[in-house]
Design a protein around this ligand. Structure first.
Ligand SMILES: C[S@@+](CC[C@H](N)C(=O)[O-])C[C@H]1O[C@@H](n2cnc3c(N)ncnc32)[C@H](O)[C@@H]1O
Length: 261
């Protein structure tokens, strides 16, 4: 015998959302129907998920979805789980140009597509291009698209030869090789997280090449690690001015916006 209440009392990590997933019931419905006895199939499915969760698989990979901004996104192990910090990039980008203007926006390293898909959904007049060097990530992003987004496969700007943009956005890998935080991120693709000895290899590549892909007065918007802002500003100084710094909702330095000279 195993009722919803028995499971809820079990102390198992994320048991309520796991029950919701298996029984397709809201949290409120779990409480209302707490005497419901799970059948054998439901118990087997739930026990498998409990094992996976206990061995560290993030809940988002078990449910296969994650909310970001105003939308829900499909996920797979080939893509990074969207982080709330990245919503900052959306707020900054949406404030930059007139909603009704037609402008060209590039989302470099789109992963699950959160940046391109969210911006395009909010401002359908803006033309979005989204790239990744992972074909599996691009497939996930394409499934998440609700509007016409130009998806391109390739290593950073190699994916968009001969194109120029009013705004280039990237949340690139920015963790240092060997950073102890990586021990907690084993289930996510390392190629989405790690970027050389100081975590800045990909950011350097993007900053060094962005100028030739930007229209006059165009902007580059980057997410970065909490301790990388000063170094990034130095890298930007060659080709960019009007450099603005942003903190995330936890008051950590998290993004820079810069305009082409
Ligand atoms: C930190 S994840 C960000 C994903 C998504 N934009 C987000 O904010 O959740 C970095 C993304 O960059 C992609 N990436 C890493 N190196 C790349 C490269 N050299 N060229 C293109 N994309 C790359 C990864 O596959 C991954 O999807």
């Amino acid at each position: 015998m195993a009722s919803i209440q028995n499971y809820l009392n079990s102390g198992v990590i994320d048991i309520a959302p796991l029950l919701s997933l298996v029984l397709t019931k809201s949290h409120a419905a779990l409480i209302t129907d707490c005497d419901y006895q799970l059948n054998n199939e439901e118990k087997t499915q739930l026990n498998q998920l409990i094992k996976q969760r206990q061995s560290g698989t993030p809940f988002a990979y078990l449910s296969g979805t994650k909310g970001f901004y105003h939308l829900d996104f499909k996920l797979a192990p080939s893509v990074l789980i969207p982080r709330p910090e990245t919503e900052l990039l959306i707020d900054i980008a949406l404030d930059l140009f007139d909603k009704n203007k037609t402008c060209e926006v590039l989302d470099l390293g789109t992963g699950s597509g959160i940046i391109a898909v969210t911006i395009s959904d909010k401002n359908p007049n803006w033309r979005l291009t989204a790239t990744d060097f992972s074909i599996d990530a691009l497939k996930v992003a394409q499934q998440n698209a609700k509007t016409n987004i130009n998806f391109r496969l390739g290593n950073w700007f190699e994916a968009t030869p001969n194109q120029t943009f009013d705004l280039i956005i990237a949340n690139p890998p920015y963790i240092k090789q060997g950073d102890p935080h990586l021990n907690d991120l084993n289930f996510e693709p390392q190629s989405a997280l790690v970027s050389g000895k100081d975590g800045l290899d990909d950011i350097r590549t993007i900053i060094d090449n962005a100028a030739q892909y930007l229209n006059k007065k165009g902007y580059l918007l980057l997410e970065h690690g909490f301790d990388q802002q000063q170094e990034i500003i130095q890298l930007l100084n060659n080709d960019f001015f009007n450099i603005q710094k942003f903190k995330d909702y936890n008051q950590q330095n998290r993004a820079v916006l810069a305009q082409i000279k």
